[in-house]
Ligand binder design. Structure first.
Ligand code: G6P
Ligand code: MG
Length: 221
């Protein structure tokens, strides 16, 4: 029985995944290499420094620790500039309705985001009150696909992993949730997120009761 819902933030609740991509692409351009949306899938969900390592691998660039630190900071500045006008309009379709409905029901709700900007983003969106527990990039040692952040969130809402359902838009996040022993719904493109237990294109018209019935009838989960 599911009684905890754990949400990723960027690309699930709010349309900020495109800003991360924009900021990494700008940095790549300044370092003289092209970086595309396909490659970007690998950067989703992972910490800022890990994402930088992946980016530099794509560009075949070797760098010192000091250069890496400066580039990660530069990317974060580009990203934060994109966030300056963030508002409820940036919530992804159906999210607010879904959060409101689930809050009225029995579910405990947690956030599990690798981002160190997560709390600022929730504040801009004015949705902090929906969450019983917030786990962000400042609270973990290991980045997704490690399960650490999901286990922290499940602990925070006192729901065992097998009673938690995760919403994720990143392959690293799906892997992390599965390693934590949780069910996971991919939010996005089913071709990309095929490792999830179920994929939805958005929260618009998403029915949690139907999804629960699906999981209960599916002997493979
Ligand atoms: C999220 C995003 C990643 C990002 C990570 C760290 O998980 O999906 O693309 O790299 O957070 O974000 P931060 O805001 O701390 O740089
Ligand atoms: Mg995400």
């Amino acid at each position: 029985l599911i009684n905890g819902l754990i949400f990723d933030l960027d690309g699930v609740i709010v349309d900020t995944a495109k800003y991360h991509y924009f900021a990494w692409k700008k940095l790549a351009k300044e370092l003289n290499f092209a970086f595309d949306e396909n490659q970007n899938e690998a950067l989703k969900g992972v910490s800022r420094m890990q994402a930088l390592e992946l980016l530099l691998n794509f560009g075949n660039i070797k760098a010192s620790q000091e250069e890496k630190r400066l580039w990660a900071n530069r990317k974060n500045r580009y990203y934060q500039q994109c966030l300056s006008n963030l508002s409820q309009n940036d919530l992804l379709p159906g999210v607010l309705t879904f959060l409101t409905k689930t809050k009225e029901r029995k579910y405990k709700i947690a956030l599990a985001s690798s981002s160190k900007n997560a709390k600022t983003i929730l504040y801009h969106l004015k949705i902090e009150n929906y969450f019983d527990f917030i786990a962000d990039g400042n609270m973990v040692q290991e980045s997704k696909p490690d399960p650490e952040i999901f286990l922290l969130a499940s602990d925070g809402i006192k729901c065992p992993p097998n009673a938690c359902l995760v919403f994720e838009d990143a392959l690293s996040g799906i892997q992390a949730a599965k390693s934590a022993g949780m069910l996971v719904i991919g939010v996005g493109n089913s071709k990309v997120l095929s490792t999830a237990d179920l994929v939805i294109s958005s929260f618009d018209n998403f029915n949690l009761t139907e999804a629960e019935a699906y999981f209960n009838n599916d002997s493979s989960v």
